[in-house]
Write a protein that binds this ligand. Structure first.
Ligand code: SF4
Length: 365
């Protein structure tokens, strides 16, 4: 970074940004509270998720778990159920593990120092900076994707933001811009600018409060920043899933393992096509081919995780007796009403929809 350019710009950037933010910030529900726990919940939900999506989830979550202790004592499945649809479920599990630790080791008070707060499960440098600056006004940087973009453009920084060492550069710059005593508002102002003005593809430079200071604007390089190394595409993974129904109307489901992808979520039996054929897998569930009637493909469901692209070939089959599959201890047989109580990841909710469409169609025949 060029020192001269930085010094000339920094004060004006901070001042103009704050004036704009105080006049035009969005009235978001978590901006109406100073409660560190509620702010923490909002920051965890906002990772990888749009503000408009988060608002109803945050409202429901803090209504059901109004305090850190309420979340610490809650049943994990209830928490996951409330998180359903937000995705990235490890965020919810980590949040609950972290508040339990705060309840047990810090008397239920969210720690004020980054050193303590960052030790909690799921708390990275961004979350620590955002929560502690907003809740306690600690002068810490909170550099997320929005802030990388805004700062790289204003100060024409062309370092690759996907490299870990670049974070330190941006954090140093962000903290040097924080005006005394208003760290929380300033960090939110930077994020807000990235969210509503300095957007990734179409920055609205004509309405921008720091246009005069923006070096990328002066050079016409807004759309080339930030510089980000190419991520490899998610790996394609062909999967099978089976929706098996007993004569009593119940469907085969099971809970995923305690660790790994979609840990502890409920699913219809799903596996990699590289592992086993459809027939072998169904037999492994303790269901012979004579016990299955009309096993047929009903849909292909796609779901993209950050590193993996599941392409699921979904098959549906009717069983002819209510004891089929009894030997598999992991299978649980549930009606569609009972499924509503369980937390399903988005990919399995798509399959649940197939069942509901089928049952709905059956009812109207
Ligand atoms: S002038 Fe344009 S590129 Fe620069 S910070 Fe503002 S919106 Fe972003």
């Amino acid at each position: 970074m060029r020192d001269f350019a930085y010094k000339r710009n920094a004060n004006d950037v901070s001042r103009n940004l704050m004036t704009w933010y105080m006049q035009s910030k969005r009235e978001l529900p978590w901006r109406q509270t100073q409660d560190p726990y509620s702010i923490w919940v909002s920051e965890v939900m906002l990772q990888q998720t749009r503000v408009e999506t988060v608002i109803p989830y945050w409202n429901r979550f803090v209504e059901q778990f109004p305090s850190l202790h309420a979340l610490a004592e809650a049943d994990e499945q209830t928490v996951l159920k409330l998180w359903e649809g937000l995705g990235y479920y490890s965020r919810a599990r980590n949040l609950q593990a972290a508040v339990r630790e705060v309840a047990a080791s810090y008397g239920g008070v969210v720690p004020k120092t980054a050193a303590e707060f960052s030790k909690l499960p799921g708390v990275g440098p961004y979350t620590a900076g955002a929560v502690l600056s907003i809740a306690y006004n600690e002068a810490l940087p909170a550099v997320d994707g929005n802030v990388f973009r805004v700062l790289s453009r204003i100060f024409l920084i062309q370092e690759d933001i996907s490299k870990p060492k670049t974070r330190a550069l941006f954090e140093g710059l962000a903290v040097s811009l924080i005006p005394p005593g208003i760290a929380g508002d300033f960090n939110q102002a930077l994020m807000e600018l990235g969210a509503v003005v300095c957007m990734p593809k179409n920055p609205n430079c004509t309405e921008c409060p720091v246009q005069q200071q923006c070096m990328a604007f002066a050079e016409g390089m807004q759309r080339e920043l930030p510089v980000k190394g190419k991520k490899s595409a998610p790996r394609l993974s062909p999967m099978y899933a089976v929706l098996l129904q007993r004569p009593d109307g119940k469907w085969a489901m099971r809970k995923r393992p305690d660790t790994g992808l979609l840990a502890k979520m409920w699913e219809f039996p799903t596996w990699s096509q590289h592992e086993l054929s459809l027939e072998d897998y169904v037999e492994q569930l303790g269901i012979t081919h004579k016990q299955v009637e009309k096993l047929q493909p009903v849909a292909q469901v796609d779901h993209i995780f950050s590193h993996l692209h599941w392409q699921v070939s979904v098959w549906m089959g009717q069983l002819i007796d209510n004891t089929a599959g009894d030997s598999d201890q992991q299978l649980i047989w549930l009606s569609t009403e009972e499924m509503e109580e369980k937390s399903l990841a988005a990919v399995h909710n798509k399959m649940k929809l197939l069942i509901k469409q089928r049952e709905g169609g059956g009812a109207s025949d």
